[in-house]
Design a protein around this ligand. Structure first.
Ligand code: ATP
Length: 335
């Protein structure tokens, strides 16, 4: 890469409707199951990668601050994967800005590593197609593989280990057809999670007696979800997403010691969504590794869902997301 060359990419978080929870290979970031998500049109992350021609280490800035500890190490590890793929030793400066609260179960790492993979590949002139970029992004954060794509995306677990596992595990766009959904995000707590997703997954895989059942249940959930999306059947999409998410939290809670991300506030929101359904509004919840609840509903019902959730004392802010764009390069890269 030429001296001083830089590239900038933007990516959005994605929220899984069929969850990713657990790896079969931590080094290669190969998941235990397929997963399926919706990329959002809110909370973009912008990441610039600049080659430092004479430096002997990477400089990493997150939200304007020098990154330290695990956050810096995670980015540098990813850059090492990138350098190995390119066959060059160049150190870089990474500047990444999230607009979503970091580490609050709102997929900051998905947007972050999708943007980093795209900008990093561009700065080194790798010329990757979206499939190959999603494979690369996976090495930074599994769910980042899906943020390369707009709308709905499936991340294939792939088969086997080593090079075969690496090749076969990537994300692809899923046609959203007639679906016109909104995802209403109810923020109850934006503080960083006490246990990282990575650590919580590891504990679940290693200690939960229910984990094999979760893996088995995920397969028909994905098949039925794909059918429901193809049929444009939002009520069924919501039903499957909700049961899949609650199943994921059940399996976490059965880890030893238990991993608990849901708080009293989360349950208050979940109860309210059930009340809305009884009143005839088609709305379903999904929740990630944090207490914040996302509500899937028709775009035309979003305003009513927002009003209802905003009434709750435990809800601090409500945001409405629609299906958003895939990651894109906004500056730089090789000519
Ligand atoms: P989820 O919502 O899926 O639980 P999350 O992103 O909120 O994920 P983690 O998977 O625990 O939470 O990842 C958070 C970590 O991701 C941060 O501590 C930081 O190390 C890293 N991260 C977040 N944003 C960025 C970014 N823009 N660039 C690089 N690394 C990031």
């Amino acid at each position: 890469a030429a001296a001083g060359r830089s590239a900038t990419a933007v990516a959005h978080p994605n929220i899984a409707l069929i969850k990713y929870w657990g790896k079969r290979d931590e080094e290669l970031m190969l998941p235990a199951t397929d997963s399926l998500s919706m990329t959002l049109d809110i909370y973009p992350t912008t990441t610039t990668v600049r080659v430092l021609p004479t430096a002997d280490r990477d400089d990493v800035y997150l939200d304007g601050q020098p990154a330290v500890g695990a956050a810096a190490a995670r980015v540098v590890r990813f850059l090492d994967v990138l350098r190995a793929a390119v066959g060059r030793p160049d150190r870089v400066r990474v500047d990444s800005r999230n607009t979503v609260p970091t580490s609050a179960g709102l997929a900051s790492s998905a947007a972050g590593f999708a943007a980093l993979a795209l900008a990093g590949a561009a700065v080194f002139g790798l010329g990757l197609d979206p499939t190959a970029t999603s494979r690369l992004a996976r090495r930074g954060s599994g769910s980042a593989s899906r943020s390369l794509f707009g709308g709905f995306a499936v991340w294939h677990a792939g088969e086997g280990g080593g090079a075969a596992g690496d090749r076969s595990s990537y994300a692809a766009a899923v046609d959203g057809g007639a679906l016109d959904p909104a995802l209403v995000v109810a923020l109850v707590d934006t503080g960083p999670k006490v246990i990282s997703s990575r650590e919580a997954m590891r504990r679940t895989v290693d200690t939960s007696p229910l984990y094999p059942a979760w893996v088995a249940a995920s397969k028909p959930d994905l098949v039925e979800m794909r059918e429901a999306i193809a049929a444009g059947d939002l009520p069924v999409v919501g039903e499957i997403a909700e049961r899949n998410a609650l199943g994921m939290h059940a399996v976490m809670q059965s880890a030893r010691p238990a991993v608990r991300y849901l708080t009293a506030a989360s349950w208050t929101v979940i109860d309210r969504v059930e009340t809305l359904r009884r009143r005839g509004v088609c709305a379903h919840v999904t929740i990630d590794a944090g207490p914040n609840v996302k509500v899937l509903c028709a775009r035309t019902d979003a305003a009513q869902v927002v009003r209802s959730l905003a009434e709750l004392e435990c809800v601090r802010t409500v945001a409405v997301a629609k299906p958003g764009p895939g990651a894109r390069l906004i500056a730089g890269g090789q000519p």
